[in-house]
Design a protein around this ligand. Structure first.
Ligand SMILES: Cc1cc2nc3c(=O)[nH]c(=O)nc-3n(C[C@H](O)[C@H](O)[C@H](O)COP(=O)(O)O)c2cc1C
Ligand SMILES: Nc1ncnc2c1ncn2[C@@H]1O[C@H](COP(=O)(O)OP(=O)(O)O)[C@@H](O)[C@H]1O
Length: 311
């Protein structure tokens, strides 16, 4: 897959010269609903001897249209790229979603980003919109298409009769429900971060914890303790992770993400790691002291190991 970052307006050498199937959407998290849209586009391209091109943006349109501050994403650009690549897309375009781009009228958007991209098919989910916020949708697309391409609308994908959507998955992640979020994502949710220094108490408890500084725009699961996997220096390890305020010791350090890695004993300060959230174990507890906390950590380790082993 070839990835391009482009600014508006597109320059001629950035436009694919072959006929294409365009797959349109923001695709935050590339969940099962998104996967269905993307697979539909990839299959169509293969069947018709065309190139599949996925057009997405470098930031959520909500950040620009609704001025949402501190928007939290389910996937960074790098992660989105990885997930989309796995689905067999030929070209991935990240269009810079500037204020200028955001003022494009539907017909201008269709002319420049669909017809201009040599689309023979345009594939998107049932609730896709384009042009200035919410003014054009899949029902009105035939009108703008000038009969230059066919339109494929992928119907709502549901789980337990609810739409699979990035917003509801985010709510689950923020509400101790990582297990269901993982189900709807089709993979175990992950964050990336750098290992930073903590208060160096972990080692005295017999449970050293790699403290993660997670990228600002990434959504972190709610306060609690989780069975996790962590990628360190190219290798995955089973682990358990606490997201919490360390209320037993009440140092007012703010929320920390701390990962105790099983069967591991290396100095990894400064390392870039990836943490995969597999299962929610329990909430954060205020213990009467270190001994009680240690007893609980031993139980958490057993619970994590059996859960991760079964998976
Ligand atoms: C799996 C796990 C579960 C934890 N659960 C709790 C908890 O319920 N309550 C709490 O106050 N601290 C909890 N902690 C946080 C420990 O208090 C913290 O890791 C320890 O104080 C070490 O801090 P340091 O990394 O700053 O040295 C947990 C840590 C881990 C790794
Ligand atoms: N099994 C392990 N799990 C997590 N970190 C480990 C482990 N073994 C060694 N380490 C190292 O020790 C550090 C954690 O020790 P800790 O006493 O908790 O210090 P800190 O408070 O700075 O996190 C980690 O950042 C890592 O470099």
């Amino acid at each position: 897959m070839q990835t391009l970052h482009v600014t508006h307006p597109l320059k001629n050498n950035e436009i694919p010269q072959q006929n294409t199937v365009l797959i349109m959407g923001f695709f935050d998290g590339v969940h099962k609903g998104h996967q269905q849209v993307i697979k539909t586009g990839v299959d169509l391209a293969k069947k018709n001897g065309l190139k599949s091109v996925l057009i997405t943006f470098d930031r959520s349109p909500r950040v620009v249209y609704q001025h949402v501050q501190n928007f939290k994403y389910l996937s960074t650009e790098a992660r989105k790229q990885e997930l989309i690549q796995q689905l067999g897309v030929d070209y991935l375009y990240f269009v810079e979603f500037t204020e200028d781009f955001a003022t494009l009228k539907p017909q201008e958007f269709v002319d420049e980003y669909m017809i201009g991209m040599h689309a023979k098919f345009v594939v998107a989910g049932f609730d896709y919109t384009y042009g200035k916020r919410d003014i054009a949708n899949m029902d009105t697309l035939p009108k703008y298409s000038k009969n230059k391409f066919q339109i494929v609308t992928v119907p709502k994908q549901t789980f337990d009769e609810e739409k699979i959507g990035s917003s509801s998955i985010k709510e689950m992640i923020e509400d101790n429900n990582i297990d269901e979020a993982n189900e709807l994502l089709g993979y175990d949710y992950q964050n990336s971060g750098t290992v930073v220094h903590g208060l160096q108490r972990g080692r005295t408890l017999g449970f050293p914890t790699a403290n993660l500084s997670v990228g600002k725009g990434e959504l972190i699961p709610s306060i609690g303790v989780y069975a996790t996997r962590i990628l360190v220096n190219g290798k995955w390890y089973d682990s358990m992770t606490s997201v919490g305020y360390n209320i037993t010791f009440a140092e007012n350090t703010g929320v920390t993400v701390e990962c105790n890695i099983f069967d591991f004993d290396e100095d990894i300060y400064g390392n870039e790691v990836t943490l995969q959230w597999v299962h929610y174990l329990r909430g954060e507890i205020k213990f009467s002291g270190a001994d009680e906390l240690i007893d609980q950590l031993k139980k958490d380790r057993e619970n994590s190991k059996s859960f991760l082993f079964d998976k």
